[in-house]
Design a protein around this ligand. Structure first.
Ligand code: PCA
Length: 211
């Protein structure tokens, strides 16, 4: 976890990304989190963390980080290689159904994330506002209605359940990112967005969340 000196009078936002997975050498979410971690924000403390693409380690790391830094906002990022635009997610579902094994070799099929947990949670980030702020900056963005059934949906559901079950004063949500250009070069007809564009999109999202 990376954390500069915290200003107690400002809100704290936890920004997370994932390590590479699925044979890729980079993950746009890690690149964006690292880019944002070098910036200073006038009105928000931004704490960053990179999560393992491993079923239980990812959620354990998130629970520990949230308990430690007590954020007001949790913004989680991940790669969704087929997306053409920055995609704030609307809903997390209570399902682990992994298309490929994660980096720890887990491949659950049709299992609940939280047995007896609710079927789904809606994001509590202002996703329309996020999308509008990106489009106003000429960055392709749109709301997505499915975060999938892999690690990204899992951490999204996990955090929403933690917040609801412990009644925590935290707003949270997930944003999927397309491939970086360097990932799409050797793939046919594969959409991608530039690194600087993706970093700017998330900088705008952070500002929109704490405004
Ligand atoms: N994307 C995967 C998990 C890690 C990541 O960056 C997903 O969409 O579930």
């Amino acid at each position: 976890m990376l954390q500069n000196q915290l200003n107690e009078s400002m809100k704290t936002l936890l920004l997370t990304g994932f390590e590479p997975f699925g044979g890729e050498h980079v993950n746009p979410s890690q690149v964006v989190v690292e880019g944002i971690s070098t910036m200073s924000f006038a009105n928000v403390n931004v704490i960053t963390a990179i999560l393992p693409v491993s079923r239980f380690a990812a959620t354990q790391a998130l629970s520990a980080t949230i308990a430690q830094c007590k954020p007001d906002v949790v913004m989680m990022l991940g790669e969704a290689g087929t997306r053409t635009r920055i995609s704030p997610e609307r809903v997390a579902i209570n399902l682990d159904d992994f298309r490929i094994p994660d980096n720890g070799g887990h491949q659950p099929q049709n299992e609940p994330i939280v047995p007896d947990g609710p079927a789904a949670y809606f994001t509590t980030l202002p996703i329309h506002k996020l999308v509008a702020s990106m489009i106003a900056a000429d960055i392709p963005a749109g709301i997505s209605n499915s975060a999938g059934t892999y690690l990204c949906n899992r951490v999204f559901y996990w955090v929403m359940h933690l917040i609801h079950s412990q009644n925590l004063p935290i707003r949270a949500g997930f944003i999927h990112l397309p491939y970086l250009h360097e990932q799409s070069l050797n793939k046919r007809d594969c959409p991608s967005l530039a690194r600087a564009t993706q970093i700017e999109a998330i900088r705008l999202a952070i500002l929109a969340c704490v405004a």
